[in-house]
Design a protein. Structure first.
Lengths: 857, 506
């Protein structure tokens, strides 16, 4: 360890290069040479890369400076790779942007999650994807994803984070559309990408505003200068929109009596949160995540449940200092979080696709995380990211294991994931069943499980925390956090938790209990030879048959079950890393320095004191109520009440199954509008640009080209004649005298002086003529002439030029000066002239003034 | 020995040429029509490429040492000016020549033109080109010009059995002689008017007419007109361009590539030497009455005329010939701005020529690679569907055409960008606008190749081009492709070097 510390000092922690480099190398090797390496080679490369990255992440975690324990400020492990660029700030200062990486407790924990769970999922995928023709491509993408995710979490500034942010987005797109030959998968990929772009717009906006207001993009820089964000910004009316520049009736509607001002911190916070809502699938941008389940199941587990989607939570926690400066932004985060948690849970109620249920539960759990970071419990929110990674990855992999088993007989993707075709699988797949059950307990918040500690911590903090308003300016009041908002979020969260335990156990019972509904199990059944297992394509003539016969469903091999066991262990016990109520919280201590400022900005709400243990009871109640209801409906009555409900209020049931028809709403509004706009542009392009403009220009160009081409006859005499014409033309130009003069009138407005300079030429001599010019007798080499003009006066100067061939030419230069013509002696003329001087440099100075700090407000 | 250091690039190339000639003479000559695939070409092509690259490397080495610090041979000065300008152009010319030699190594055996004299001709032509870039005296300038031209005439007529090739060579020779006479006559008049043959002396005599023996300025003007015509012929500016399409089409494609890059680059070096070194004083470089407006007009006519005709061509090779004329027009724009923005304008000329060299030789090389014996790629139709049949070849072709079009991040984009930037910086907005409009016009015929390669299928039964297999051609394309991208991604370093290489206007 000591050797490592000397080898990689905290200020130049190049070990990160290895951690980042290994997955990148894996992606490169598998992507470029994957076909040649063969499956074994790809497997070795991918597993070695991620396994190595995990080992080094563990080393990094152990090497984290423990300065925090001694009360010193938290140190980070920093590796500054190279200077990327530098931009100029609003004070005119240079803001360096480096490709720099740093690790503190939060990013080290994330690194462990990403590489550790990533390794397990790689191991699982080796089995799951073994028969797929795109085996090498899959692992290249997966390794590239790990690289991008590590860049995201170790980046030391927002610019590097953004590179990783976009990188994981791209990998997600590639992996959702992994089986791109299917139209549905390809469009799911596109949907994910486009919805994320909307969020990225917010993130870019936030980055720009941070550069502008804070003048730094590094975490330390933002933290140090965050105070600059407490600047009021006028957001309406924008620009120079004012009562004067608008017609009367519009001004009445649009221009308020007092300009609307908000704090820069609120703007930055909201823009950041838009980015996070896109990546972490919050309302209203959640729509891409359920569709993203079109990708292979390990991808859903790794990217769309455990790691990438939590990047938004990570970013909010990372920039907690910005959010703490704006209670309004925090409230937005928390309210969006609880709304998403409820909304997604309601959709999860009656979904029949196993992966869809898990997808909506992911959206719902992400909502819980945002409640945490929104109410100022950044550590708790981040801890939920951590625990969720275990149980959700386990659930997804379990689902993958089930689907893998279903594929023995049902090849259609949709039908093999449909829970109505499952049931009773617990008998055949014990490991999958038990791990799934443990994870269900965890997500439902069974006491002492991982989800219990993190979720209850979030809800407790929501109940008890009251963010302090930061010191505000006198002119613009700071929005204050209402006292009853916290309890409201708490009770809504409890409701969401109840729903969560209901639909999760519904999924468990429908899948693992009851009678198997997939096919008629025939002992010793053999697959017809022509149907290999490897085709993932639709193969639905089997399903056309009424009664299907098939083998006994089998448990998956160890490469798939081992990750399940490890993850389920985590789901059961990871909570004890930060079990705050019983004071076992090693992770909490580690995270303390990271969120030091956050704890200072929070206060305990009045009346919450001592209620921590009692307030756990509703959480426990939520678990009992949800689980009990699910047990009654799906285990004891085999889903009969659900059918009864569907029959009694069919429209509401249908609405829930159709996910509140939000996708249809978006199709009709946003997508429809864009489509209509595109149609208009297409028409304009077709008729105006392509039709008239393009045809016309092309015609003219073609005609000219044809004419010119006709000269190229191939006869050498014509060629020589063309040269002679060129020679004559050049000769004529050179022999001919050219009279031209440049006019220097910079002093015209001051004192009426104009300097004329005749263009030089070899052997030229000049003769000037004009009013007020002493007549010259003959041509002279003098090529400059100074003329004085009175205001309003006009003069015509004649220039004669004679060249070396004694040829002459003449040109007339008209000069004029603006201003009223005044009679009288020149002395009087001077006075008003001076007064009306526009004094040249002043406009320039005004611009300078605007550029000074504080100019734009 | 150290005194030879300054001219080492030239010596390397010249010695290499002699050795190659000897090697060729003593090797087993093989008759045309031999069916075996490897001929003397293979080794000679490699030898030539190595020789010329050695010349380029020597030029770079001398640059790093600093030619100012080197002692030179006494009396060398005006006849061979060993400055950074020479080195920069030597590098560009040698690079172009080396790539052309590699192309020839694949092309000549494939098309049964496998005769060894191609390589000594190419090498000695390059010697002439280097001398031309270095010549500071009208006498050595003329000798260098003829050395280069004679080699190129022979290369044009290299395809002896083809009447078209022979015809092109004769035409080129006749018109080239005509142009040489104009240059020579202009030089003689200048000597008569000023009493000097060295460019610096001529310039001094023009600038100070009150010197011991005043120059006859009328005679100087006539001489300037004649010399401008000679220069315009060598860079193939409209209306002195008419030999170009015929010669380019008739010559074997590697020779075409050589003419389009090395010869043209040398001609522009000569133009800069004469115009900046000899005619650079204020009166003759006046924007009202001197050579800049002449060049600006030539540039406009050249760009527009060449682009218009290029769009009407059916043969890709002829289209590339016209495109090289149009590129000469773009460079002329930069040359015309020299009196207004000396160093920047010269640097943009030099960068443009470097970018143009790698892009053009790449485009010709891709065209070579597209065809094989009996199935040569000539017309657009021949290339139809190439993108599907041979994606690698099509990608290479695409890269070079995009660079010629001026699409970032290729070298061609920054070439045009710097030219436009200097032109706008010099306040010559109309010229810049014409330049940009012409680049748009040119995109039509470059992209048309892409349309044929990627979006058309060959008509059933129509002849289609079959790509040849040659490591030499592929090697040349890889080098050119890497340079096209490298120059496009890091354009500032070559531009800074070119600024250092610029001739001083004083």
């Amino acid at each position: 360890m000591e050797t490592l510390r000397t080898l990689f000092p905290a200020s130049n922690f190049a070990l990160l290069a290895v951690i980042l480099g290994l997955p990148l190398l894996g992606a490169f090797v598998n992507g470029v040479f994957g076909k040649r390496l063969g499956k074994e080679g790809v497997r070795a490369m991918a597993l070695a890369a991620i396994g190595g990255a995990f080992l080094f992440s563990v080393v990094t975690f152990l090497m984290l400076p423990h300065a925090a324990a001694e009360g010193a400020p938290a140190e980070k492990l920093v590796w500054n790779a190279w200077r990327w660029m530098s931009v100029t700030g609003r004070m005119g200062q240079s803001i360096p942007i480096d490709v720099a990486f740093s690790v503190d407790a939060m990013s080290a924990t994330m690194m462990l999650v990403v590489t550790g769970i990533g390794f397990l999922i790689h191991l699982y995928s080796v089995e799951y994807m073994w028969e797929d023709p795109g085996f090498a491509r899959f692992f290249a993408y997966l390794n590239l994803f790990i690289f991008a995710m590590l860049v995201l979490i170790t980046g030391d500034n927002l610019a590097v984070l953004f590179v990783g942010w976009e990188g994981v987005g791209m990998c997600s797109y590639l992996l959702i559309g992994f089986w791109f030959t299917d139209e549905k998968n390809a469009s799911a990929g596109k949907k994910a990408f486009i919805v994320n772009r909307i969020g990225d717009f917010g993130l870019i906006l936030a980055i720009s505003m941070l550069v502008y207001y804070v003048g730094s993009l590094t975490w330390n820089g933002i933290e140090a200068n965050a105070g600059a964000l407490l600047t009021p910004v006028k957001i309406w009316p924008i620009g120079n929109l004012s009562a004067e520049t608008l017609p009367g009736f519009l001004a009445k509607i649009l221009i308020p009596a007092k300009p609307v001002q908000v704090y820069a911190s609120t703007l930055v916070g909201l823009a950041l949160f838009l980015g996070c809502a896109g990546k972490s699938a919050q309302l209203p941008l959640y729509v891409w995540l359920p569709d993203a389940m079109a990708g292979p199941t390990p991808v859903s587990a790794l990217i769309h449940a455990a790691t990438m989607v939590t990047a938004g939570v990570y970013l909010v926690a990372r920039l907690s200092v910005v959010f703490l400066l704006s209670p309004a932004a925090m409230a937005t985060v928390a309210i969006t979080g609880v709304a998403t948690a409820l909304f997604a849970a309601s959709i999860g109620f009656f979904q029949t696709d196993l992966k869809k249920v898990l997808a909506y539960s992911t959206v719902s759990q992400l909502g819980f995380m945002f409640i945490g970071v929104g109410v100022g419990a950044f550590a708790a929110g981040f801890f939920h990211v951590f625990t969720h990674a275990f149980f959700k990855a386990c659930l997804f992999l379990g689902a993958g294991s089930v689907i893998h088993a279903m594929h023995a007989r049902i090849h259609d993707v949709n039908k093999s994931q449909d829970m109505r075709n499952m049931g009773g699988l617990g008998r055949y797949m014990p490991i999958t069943r038990w791990t799934f059950l443990i994870s269900c307990f965890a997500i439902a918040g069974f006491p002492m499980s991982a989800g219990f500690w993190s979720k209850d911590e979030i809800l407790w903090k929501a109940f008890s925390n009251l963010p302090l308003a930061p010191p505000a300016s006198k002119t613009v009041p700071m929005w204050a956090w209402p006292a009853n908002l916290g309890p409201a979020i708490y009770w809504l969260g409890i409701l969401a938790a109840t729903m969560t335990s209901f639909y999760m156990f519904r999924a468990y019972f429908m899948t693992f209990h009851g009678k198997f509904r997939g096919w008629e199990i025939v002992k010793g059944w053999k697959a017809p030879a022509s149907h290999g297992h490897d085709d993932h394509a639709h193969d639905d003539h089997h399903e056309a048959e009424e009664s299907l016969e098939g083998p006994t469903p089998r448990e998956s091999p160890w490469k798939m079950t081992l990750p399940l066991v490890v993850l389920a262990t985590g789901a059961a016990f990871a909570g004890f890393l930060m079990a705050e109520p019983i004071h076992i919280a090693p992770l909490g201590h580690l995270l303390e320095p990271v969120f030091e400022h956050a704890s200072k900005a929070m206060t305990e709400r009045e009346g919450a004191k001592g209620l921590m243990w009692p307030m756990m009871l509703p959480g426990l109640g939520a678990f009992l109520a949800g689980t009990g209801a699910a047990m009654y409906v799906y285990l004891n009555r085999a889903g009969e009440p659900e059918r009864a409900f569907a029959a009694s209020s069919p429209r509401f049931y249908k609405l829930l199954v159709d996910k509140w028809r939000i996708d249809e709403l978006y199709d009709a509004t946003v997508v429809g509008m864009v489509d209509a706009l595109a149609d208009i542009f297409t028409m304009a392009d077709k008729w105006i640009v392509d039709g008239i403009l393009a045809k016309l220009t092309a015609g003219v160009v073609a005609l000219l080209g044809t004419i010119l081409r006709a000269v190229q006859t191939g006869r050498v005499q014509v060629y020589a004649a063309s040269m002679v014409i060129g020679l004559l033309g050049i000769g004529w130009f050179i022999v001919q005298p050219h009279a031209a003069a440049t006019i220097d009138d910079t002093k015209l407005k001051q004192n009426g002086q104009v300097v004329l300079a005749a263009a030089p030429g070899l052997g030229y001599s000049y003769l000037w003529e004009g009013p007020g010019i002493p007549p010259a007798k003959d041509y002279s080499p003098v090529n400059q002439l100074s003329v004085r003009l009175d205001p309003g006066e006009k003069k015509d100067i004649v220039l004669h030029v004679r060249n070396a061939f004694e040829r002459e030419t003449t040109t007339t230069i008209p000069l004029a000066r603006a201003g009223a013509k005044r009679m009288g002696d020149p002395g009087q003329n001077q006075v008003p002239e001076v007064r009306q001087l526009p004094t040249g440099p002043i406009p320039g100075e005004r611009i300078q003034e605007l550029l000074k700090p504080g100019g734009f407000q | 020995m150290t005194r030879l250091m300054a001219i080492s690039p030239l010596l390397v190339v010249a010695l290499g040429g002699v050795l190659l000639m000897l090697a060729e003479a003593f090797s087993h000559r093989r008759e045309e029509g031999d069916v075996r695939h490897t001929g003397p070409s293979s080794e000679l092509a490699l030898g030539t490429a190595v020789t010329l690259l050695a010349g380029a490397i020597m030029a770079a080495a001398v640059w790093m040492v600093g030619p100012e610090k080197l002692e030179t041979l006494p009396g060398l000065a005006p006849y061979y000016v060993a400055d950074r300008f020479t080195l920069f152009f030597t590098f560009t010319i040698c690079l172009g020549g080396a790539l052309a030699a590699l192309l020839a190594g694949g092309y000549l055996p494939e098309h049964k033109l496998d005769r060894g004299e191609f390589y000594p001709l190419l090498t000695f032509g390059t010697v002439g080109a280097i001398l031309l870039a270095a010549a500071g005296d009208l006498l050595s300038l003329f000798i260098a010009l003829e050395t280069m031209s004679l080699a190129v005439y022979a290369l044009t007529g290299f395809r002896r059995t083809s009447p078209r090739s022979t015809e092109a060579a004769v035409k080129y020779f006749l018109l080239g002689s005509f142009a040489a006479v104009l240059l020579l006559y202009g030089g003689a008049l200048l000597y008569g008017a000023t009493g000097h043959t060295d460019l610096a002396g001529i310039r001094a005599a023009i600038m100070h007419p009150a010197a011991a023996k005043p120059a006859n300025l009328a005679l100087v003007l006539v001489a300037a007109a004649l010399i401008l015509c000679g220069l315009a012929f060598k860079v193939s500016a409209v209306p002195f361009h008419m030999w170009t399409p015929d010669a380019y089409e008739g010559a074997p494609t590697p020779a075409t590539g050589y003419m389009a890059v090395a010869v043209k680059t040398a001609a522009f070096a000569m133009m800069l030497r004469v115009l900046v070194g000899g005619f650079g004083d204020g009166a003759l470089a006046s924007w009202a009455a001197g050579w800049p407006p002449v060049l600006a007009l030539l540039a406009v006519v050249t760009m527009t005329g060449a682009n218009l005709v290029a769009g009407r061509q059916e043969s890709v090779k002829r289209m590339l010939a016209y495109s090289s004329i149009a590129h000469a027009g773009y460079v002329l724009v930069a040359v015309a701005t020299i009196p207004r923005a000396s160093e920047e304008a010269q640097a943009s000329v030099m960068y443009y020529l470097l970018a143009y060299t790698v892009s053009t030789i790449g485009a010709f090389g891709a065209l070579v690679l597209c065809g094989s014996r009996g199935a040569e790629a000539v017309s657009y139709e021949d290339l139809a569907g190439l993108g599907k049949r041979h994606p690698a070849v099509a990608i290479a072709f695409t890269l070079f055409l995009l660079s010629l079009t001026g699409v970032p991040p290729t070298a061609g984009f920054f070439g045009k960008w710097y030219v436009a930037k200097t032109t706008i910086g010099a306040g010559l907005y109309p010229l810049a606008i014409v330049l940009l409009l012409n680049s748009a016009l040119a995109a039509y015929y470059y992209l048309r190749v892409l349309v044929y390669m990627y979006m058309r299928d060959p008509a059933p039964g129509a002849p289609i081009a079959k790509p040849m297999r040659s490591g030499y051609v592929v090697g040349a394309l890889v080098i050119a492709g890497v340079l096209v991208l490298a120059l496009g991604i890091w354009p500032t370093t070559p531009i800074e070097l070119a600024v250092q290489a610029a001739l001083t206007a004083r």
